[in-house]
Write a protein of this length. Structure first.
Length: 408
């Protein structure tokens, strides 16, 4: 009999060791974003794509039989959303009743009186945190989910209480998996400050949690570890502009004691890219446009037509040629989803030779080059860049009329 008890105990320990839950960690969907930086027609397309990305996240929960969906803030872009938007959310979450959904409101969608999180009748599988850090026990999957909420658009005081550690929670088993979902900024050191819920890595390490799902930072991190606690930012699943470049998605996988097996799943509909394009020696607008198009098509052969590009032209051009960035942007927009163009090229001239000319052009070059040498000696890179641009445009103006406009 004693031996049988020992064997049963051993089996119990094996079950405990293999206990894991299936999760998806998402954040910063910013549903309802206006995409005001884009032309109206393209902004409309992006709003529709953003909605479809949200539904793809819900579909992913269903396909993977996800037990817990963690949304780490800024599900909504603003606290005022359309009735249609609210109906879509309620319906979509209701379509995955087997998935427990936990939302930690952030700075764009804080929890306060008469906000959608308070006024809507959410499905029973949805829990929205309302303030200070609190635990929710999910007995059926032996898991505790902790979370907190922004109560305003800024949260200068941390939502991470001093000395916090997952301790015995009423109704939870000692071997429960503990998850935390939070919107906020990781800060360095005890004096680190942020207007958006400062979170110290030491707090993460001391929490004793198994995984912390973070939101607010729009770029994905790898799954990191502090002490025994794993944590990550999932980033925003759909870019809202050129500062959110490249493929985007959510974390999906399993969490167990001492283990986080999470994959990053791309679910975005369209990529934005920011890059420099060398256009050395192009002497006409046609050559320039051809060089830029060729470069983008070769670098992104499968994505060119569907992506958006913020292009900075670099390299040395003939002094009598100034790129027409507006024309180039217009032509690119006929081929891809969107484009911005910035000109950082320089004039391919020998300033020492030009300075020797007994002409207005020579005097102009000499004055600017002396200023450039002084700026370079002082380590003033910004002034060097401005003077290079002034020299390029000035030399071009000796040859022809120059129209110069930075793209927006």
């Amino acid at each position: 009999m004693k031996r049988k008890k020992q064997e049963a105990g051993s089996a119990s320990r094996r079950i405990m060791a293999t206990h894991k839950i299936r999760i998806i960690h998402a954040a910063d969907l910013h549903l309802g974003s206006p995409f005001s930086a884009l032309p109206a027609a393209r902004a409309s397309v992006r709003r529709d794509e953003q909605e479809r990305t949200f539904y793809d996240m819900v579909r992913l929960c269903r396909e993977r039989k996800t037990q817990i969906l963690l949304i780490a803030g800024d599900l909504l872009d603003a606290v005022r959303v359309s009735p249609e938007q609210k109906r879509n959310l309620v319906r979509a979450f209701g379509e995955i009743p087997e998935t427990r959904i936990f939302i930690s409101p952030g700075n764009h969608d804080p929890y306060f009186r008469m906000c959608p999180y308070e006024t809507e009748e959410w499905p029973p599988n949805v829990h929205i945190f309302k303030g200070a850090l609190e635990p929710i026990v999910c007995k059926e999957i032996n898991t505790v989910v902790w979370g907190a909420a922004f109560r305003a658009t800024r949260q200068t005081s941390t939502l991470c209480p001093n000395g916090f550690h997952i301790s015995s929670v009423e109704g939870a088993e000692p071997d429960s998996i503990h998850l935390i979902v939070l919107h906020g900024d990781l800060v360095a050191g005890k004096k680190g400050e942020s207007a958006y819920n400062p979170i110290q890595t030491s707090w993460i390490e001391g929490s004793g949690a198994d995984y912390i799902a973070l939101g607010h930072v729009h770029d994905q991190t790898s799954v990191l570890r502090a002490g025994r606690t794993f944590y990550a930012y999932s980033g925003c699943p759909e870019a809202r502009g050129y500062d959110e470049a490249g493929p985007r998605g959510v974390f999906a996988g399993t969490i167990a004691k001492g283990r986080a097996d999470l994959d990053y799943i791309y679910i975005n509909k369209r990529n934005f890219y920011t890059l420099n394009v060398p256009v050395d020696d192009c002497g006409t607008q046609t050559e320039l446009a051809t060089a830029v198009q060729r470069y983008l098509r070769e670098k992104y052969p499968d994505e060119f037509e569907g992506s958006a590009f913020r292009v900075t032209l670099t390299g040395a051009l003939p002094p009598d040629f100034t790129p027409d960035t507006v024309a180039l942007r217009t032509s690119l927009r006929e081929l891809c989803f969107d484009a911005r163009v910035y000109d950082k090229t320089t004039a391919s001239v020998d300033p020492e030779m030009l300075r020797k000319e007994t002409s207005i052009r020579g005097v102009f070059t000499d004055i600017l080059w002396k200023r450039r040498e002084a700026a370079e000696a002082a380590g003033d890179a910004a002034s060097v860049e401005r003077l290079d641009l002034a020299l390029k445009l000035g030399l071009a103006s000796f040859e022809r009329e120059v129209r110069y406009r930075e793209d927006s």
